[in-house]
Design a protein. Sequence first.
Length: 408
Amino acid sequence: MAGRLRRWNPWRAAMEVHDDPSYTVGIGTEPENRQQVIVKLIWIGIWFAYMAAPFEDLLGDHHTLTGDILGGAGLLAFVAGYLALVFRHTSRPLERGRVLTALALLVLLATVLTLTLGGAWLVLFVYTCVATGAVLPTKLSRALIPLVTGVLAGLGALTPGALEYLPQLAIPALLGGFAMIGVRQMALTTRALREARATVAHLAANEERLRLARDLHDLLGHSLSLITLKSELAGRMLPGKPEQAARQVADIERVSRQALVDVREAVSGFRRPTLEAELAGARTALAAAGIAADVSRAAASHPGLAPDEEGALAWALREAVTNVVRHSGARRCEIALTEEGDELCLTVLDDGRGPGGAHGNGLTGLSERLALADGRLETGPGPRRGFRLRAFVPSARSLAPERPTLSG
């Protein structure tokens, strides 16, 4: 029973953080689920190793029972305040009054605990400097970090036996505080870049809608005007000139058919992805998921590839990369575009869970899409491990010149 039931281990989750993108928490990113909260707490908690001196002072026979109890309560209050500041406010817009009040309380707790319990508690000022750099604007934190370090040095000079290790606390306090200023700036920059990227994507979508609207207007404006004029002319010719009216009706049919073809081509071009765009998107998606991407063998261009075949390969690449990111748990993904006889082959190979894992519901639709372009799909285990997807379409030289396209 014990071998089948495994308790969730947060340390194991932290070590396997790259296996599942849902566990990762980037700088400046708020955790979105319980696993991300625990992982972020673990990384913050690693630095609590420097709290060994206060803990040792509490556990040793240095104070009365009342002193140990009050010291423990003060230490818990300090840690709670520190976590509330660093964990929640590193990348958020700050409420200046609340943050300054919390920092003042940290300084007060550190001062009271040092004066009452001894020099072992001076390390709390190091954490206060770190919190100051993490949550305050740059200009204000640059002034307060040396001030807090000065309080540390003053109390250390007044505390018996603290002078010998005072430099070992003052220097980390300054370095840690100013380092957190850089971390906070990085977090704010990352957040601004993320928002800017979302804005650019939104603007690009709007621009594409405007492009489609302009194309449809240019395509249909003339055709619909001509259809309207010829319809009116045919109406005037009836019933006196039936032969001329029939010619006008034939012209209306020809113009309407051509307009329909133009609209189909415009919409098909709007919906059909390209290999170049999908390769760029694959690099971005894999990098965001923490998966190393090898696309060197996919850089070769194939200008003679027909639009329908290129669109089918682009859809295959999109579906394959989506499955790698969502389902494979891979660390590396290789994308290759090669010619095999009269066919062009797109290969996407990962080193993840292999065919036994989930791979989404899009492979059936992908097979049908490739079949429409006279292509085929092969899936299965990789040469060593993982999952391999191979999509084949006829190469440019194997296509007959009279072969119709799907968009017409």
